[in-house]
Design a protein around this ligand. Structure first.
Ligand SMILES: [Mg+2]
Length: 313
């Protein structure tokens, strides 16, 4: 059976990423546990035997033509492959422990390109003391896909997941958003590992994720049931090249988005401690979760902005 269809209604494009994930969960049936032990968070959290660190697992590819093109130096493409996975470990407050890489390569792939790709990846791995312990190489005529599986562990008694926020919690974000492609941030970013490990130790932080598909889309994963995010556009920290729409929808920010419990006093204490710990990394409160019945003048209508959705064209 040919896996492709020219009929949109018969193809994965008719579902988009979110509905396809729901379908895959159904097809897997009892083999697919609920998050955080299974699909649905930045990493899967694997239960550990008593007294051992909890394991984290995540996987992400870089695909030629999708995540990098001829304008991206191979060193940056290799670094990006590891860093986007590190960002998922950061989002749980974890640390990386080992990685494996699956390559799907055209036989015509340039050796000097591939060497630079691996040198870029190795530089990031060394910076995090991370061993690359294996992988696989397969033929893929006409394409180049590198997929990295990253294993990590928790650094405190808990992993920070996407669920846990409540109405009333403030919403905070690291760094600046938008314009990731023109500014080259999408391959030059620094994964927020130290910051994630610091935040997981702060009890007032209740839920966290790393922004990959844009604030407008990713905020939904953090929003508690029967609530809505009240976000104020002029509070959102933007990269120099980015307008408000870009900051909300561009994606590939790889910044940490999290919820803070305890009202304004807790948020102020957190911000003050943050500035001492990370004087060079901005941290900004951009809004608050509220019961769905509550509205606020000046809050953005997030639903008017659509973040990046995989498979939809
Ligand atoms: Mg993520």
């Amino acid at each position: 059976m040919n896996p492709f269809s020219s009929k949109p209604a018969a193809s994965v494009a008719s579902l988009g990423e979110q509905k396809l994930l729901t379908a895959i969960r159904r097809w897997l049936g009892r083999s697919a546990p609920l998050a955080p032990a299974g699909m649905g968070d930045d990493c899967a959290v694997l239960p550990a035997p008593r007294g051992r660190r909890t394991s984290l697992v995540t996987v992400d590819p870089v695909i030629y033509g999708e995540h990098f093109d001829d304008d991206v130096p191979p060193r940056d493409a290799g670094a990006k492959l590891l860093k986007r996975n590190l960002s998922d470990i950061a989002a749980m407050g974890g640390r990386p422990t080992a990685a494996v890489i699956a390559l799907a390569l055209d036989p015509r792939t340039r050796l000097d390109w591939l060497e630079a790709f691996y040198r870029g990846l190795a530089a990031v791995a060394r910076a995090h003391d991370l061993p690359i312990v294996g992988g696989d190489i397969a033929t893929h005529r006409g394409g180049l896909v590198a997929t990295l599986t990253l294993i990590g562990e928790t650094t405190s008694a808990r992993a920070l997941t996407r669920t846990g926020a409540q109405a009333g919690d403030f919403i905070a974000v690291t760094g600046a958003l938008g314009g990731s492609l023109p500014s080259r941030h999408h391959c030059r970013f620094t994964p927020r590992l130290a910051e994630g490990q610091w935040l997981v130790r702060r009890p007032e932080v209740t839920a966290m994720l790393d922004l990959s598909d844009g604030l407008a889309k990713d905020i939904h994963a953090l929003t508690p049931p029967k609530s809505r995010p009240l976000i104020f556009g002029d509070l959102i920290p933007r990269r120099a090249s980015a307008d408000l729409r870009a900051a909300l929808t561009d994606g590939e920010d790889y910044e940490l988005l999290f919820a803070v419990r305890g009202g304004a006093p807790a948020a102020h204490r957190l911000l003050a401690a943050w500035r001492r710990a990370f004087p060079r990394v901005p941290l900004t409160v951009i809004g608050q979760f509220a019961p769905r019945s509550v509205s606020a003048t000046g809050a953005l209508d997030i639903s008017a902005y659509v973040g990046f959705e995989h498979l939809k064209s």
